[in-house]
Design a protein around this ligand. Sequence first.
Ligand SMILES: Nc1nc2c(c(=O)[nH]1)N[C@H]1C(S)=C(S)[C@@H](COP(=O)(O)OP(=O)(O)OC[C@H]3O[C@@H](n4cnc5c(=O)[nH]c(N)nc54)[C@H](O)[C@@H]3O)O[C@H]1N2
Ligand SMILES: Nc1nc2c(c(=O)[nH]1)N[C@H]1C(S)=C(S)[C@@H](COP(=O)(O)OP(=O)(O)OC[C@H]3O[C@@H](n4cnc5c(=O)[nH]c(N)nc54)[C@H](O)[C@@H]3O)O[C@H]1N2
Ligand code: SF4
Ligand SMILES: [Mo]
Length: 735
Amino acid sequence: MSERASETSADPITIVGGGPKKVLYTLRTLSRIGLLNSTKALKARNTCKACGLGMGGQHGGMTNELDEFPSVCNKSIQAQSSDIQPPIPNELFEHTLDDFKELSAHELEHLGRLNTPLYKPAGSNRYQPMDWDQALTLAAERFAATEPNRSFFYSSGRSSNEAGFVLQLLARLYGTNNVNNCSYYCHQATGVGLGNVIGTGTATISLEDMGGADLIFVIGANPASNHPRFVHQLQHCRERGGQVIVINPAREPGLVRFAVPKSARSMLSGGTWIASRYVQPNIGSDLALLKAVGKALLEQHALDTTFIEAHTEGFDAYRTDLEQTDWASLTSACGLDQSDIEALAADYARAEHAVFAWGMGITHHRNGVDNVEAIANLALLRGMLGKPSAGLLPLRGHSNVQGIGTIGVKPVLSEDVLAALESHFDLELPRTQGLDTLACLRAANAGEMDAALLMGGNLYAATPDATFARRALDRVGFKLYLTTTLNQGHIHGMERSEALILPVTARDEEPQSTTQESMFNYVRLSDGGIRRLTNVRSEVAILAELGKRLLPAGPFDFGALREHDRVRSAIAATVPGMEALADIGTSHQEFTIGGRLLTSPTFNTPNGKARFQVHSLPVAREPDFPFTLASIRSEGQFNSIIYEESDSYRGTEHRWCVLVGPEDRERLSLKAGDKATLRSAHGVMENLTVYPFNLPTGSLLAYYPEANILIGTEQDPRSQTPAFKSVPVQLETGT
Ligand SMILES: Nc1nc2c(c(=O)[nH]1)N[C@H]1C(S)=C(S)[C@@H](COP(=O)(O)OP(=O)(O)OC[C@H]3O[C@@H](n4cnc5c(=O)[nH]c(N)nc54)[C@H](O)[C@@H]3O)O[C@H]1N2
Ligand SMILES: Nc1nc2c(c(=O)[nH]1)N[C@H]1C(S)=C(S)[C@@H](COP(=O)(O)OP(=O)(O)OC[C@H]3O[C@@H](n4cnc5c(=O)[nH]c(N)nc54)[C@H](O)[C@@H]3O)O[C@H]1N2
Ligand code: SF4
Ligand SMILES: [Mo]
């Protein structure tokens, strides 16, 4: 067995994620934001606004849908710490954009909360405070003067179902389907891939199902940092004798051992083992590995043939492809030994209830959809769908990114939803082809976008090729932002264009209740109601008012959509599975969306069968750029929001660095702390600090968003997702 594929019990005991330092950090954040503030925020009945695992809502602050309170989650507290800031004083806006450009992402976020609309005329170098009425009139005038298909509407996944629904309806009634969300940079490949195989695009299991799994795969995800409470599921699985198989080029410390802050035993013993098997394929080679696991299962006669015959189609083509693919092509692509892959397949073969969880390590590639389909193929091979405690679980990012998609913030709505919307509101919606996120920016770059509405998020920092992003955004004549805080996207790509920023209430400050959907398809209700600032408005109120001013008076009053109950009734009447949303405002009854969980192996395809998919391996990399770089997130950031410079899990002290594996370090004579340069076809990062990390030869890691300067806009043609995690680069020693 090679070192890279060895059992994790060989790891030194010092590799621990979580643990006392995390508790201390959490306490530090709590004391900064004040005990009273934090207790109020954490106890209130609002959905956690950080990751998509889902917590809070009507069960209360830190509690999940099974009424468990596993431990305080640092991510949740970080997110609250941004919201519980005093307002930015108006005098600050006497400074020019150039002054603001001096500030880091961390410093911008920590200036405070926005508490006044801000306007920057075209060509001006300064924002100026504006009153709400003037601001809304200006926004309506600008959109009215724009040809609708020369505009786009973007939403991040933090906003509510209610705000997302009103946003997409406003865009379509105004006349464009250029409506999209951060999912195109995130799990879009999952939606497409799962749709092809099983006919639905989200998790097939509930949180409860996790409790009965005897094997959990964690593929291309780092939940110790990014979905902290998911690690408890992994720990519990190990405690009941189950297995956790991690597939990740990087040996992530928090997936090797983890100390749960709440468990004295776990803390005293220095943490518990998480992965029972940890395999480290080369970056971007998951398809080869997943195919190889399928091949090994075939050879081990470990298939559920009854399930395959009764509930699937396309198996023969899948089998023939694997039989015709030789082992050497698969092992050389992923860099793992055949025996290790066979051992992994044997682990899977002895599991009765396997769950496959995955994240951005799977979707952020030019073959992201292929990767997702290959995971689903493996589940089908052993009948791991449509029964309790087994299935597919995409680890979703933002706390409501799944909901934002469900309620239609996407360029293409199914014909039945469009028709239902038309009949519900007695109106007509456009059928023109809408553009995905990157396509909108490409159009902007080509001078074809005159206006954009951006609700939350930081499209500038989230987009590949920072130079392209800045230029494209500056070519959008008028940009309207809805945000809680200032970020670099409000400062860069602004030189020539006109912009208006409207300050919004955070989720727990909403004057009316809102709803959010977790990765388990569970819809939560957030009470809102906390009042911190004097001059902010809810996203729904802003959008309803904008619609009222912008749209011609029609059969219904767009302004009436400021009532959340009314918005929810419309969603319930038009979006399949959301019927229970209609009276959630009064019943307070949270629910799982109908038609999503697979309790029997009948799939949402025309003949009810799941469909195996066949893939060919991607072609070899470019010789000028022999390394492959994946851009990743740290525990101390939430996407473009940077809370801490250091990464306590990976041991890096600051973010301007590159993580290099042992063989590459040796070959290039690089030691910890040396300086190096990363070069790609798109940009250069100089003066990077080298940090040793356990990675395969030729695979490198750097932090996002800094690394976006290196990343091109190449996309997975099937999901339009940028290849954030397979960037061909050259690593040079010195600065
Ligand atoms: N702390 C924190 N939490 C977050 C976020 C955050 O920024 N910070 N963001 C939220 C959002 S929007 C999202 S989408 C999720 C993202 O959560 P994750 O999916 O966990 O995100 P990443 O850190 O981007 O990448 C995860 C892992 O992919 C691995 N990887 C890289 N390339 C490959 C590959 O080719 N194959 C495989 N198998 N693995 C690979 C990396 O080593 C890394 O461990 O987290 C959410 N939660
Ligand atoms: N290189 C590289 N690029 C990536 C990734 C990667 O792994 N590598 N990951 C991609 C992924 S998975 C994603 S999801 C995207 C993230 O893309 P986005 O969702 O566009 O970006 P965020 O950084 O999460 O946006 C943070 C901003 O949202 C605003 N905000 C915060 N809370 C609220 C709120 O309550 N309401 C409103 N209206 N605004 C709020 C604040 O202005 C904050 O600065 O980035 C993508 N880009
Ligand atoms: S795991 Fe995710 S949803 Fe749960 S408390 Fe932490 S950040 Fe919030
Ligand atoms: Mo994401």
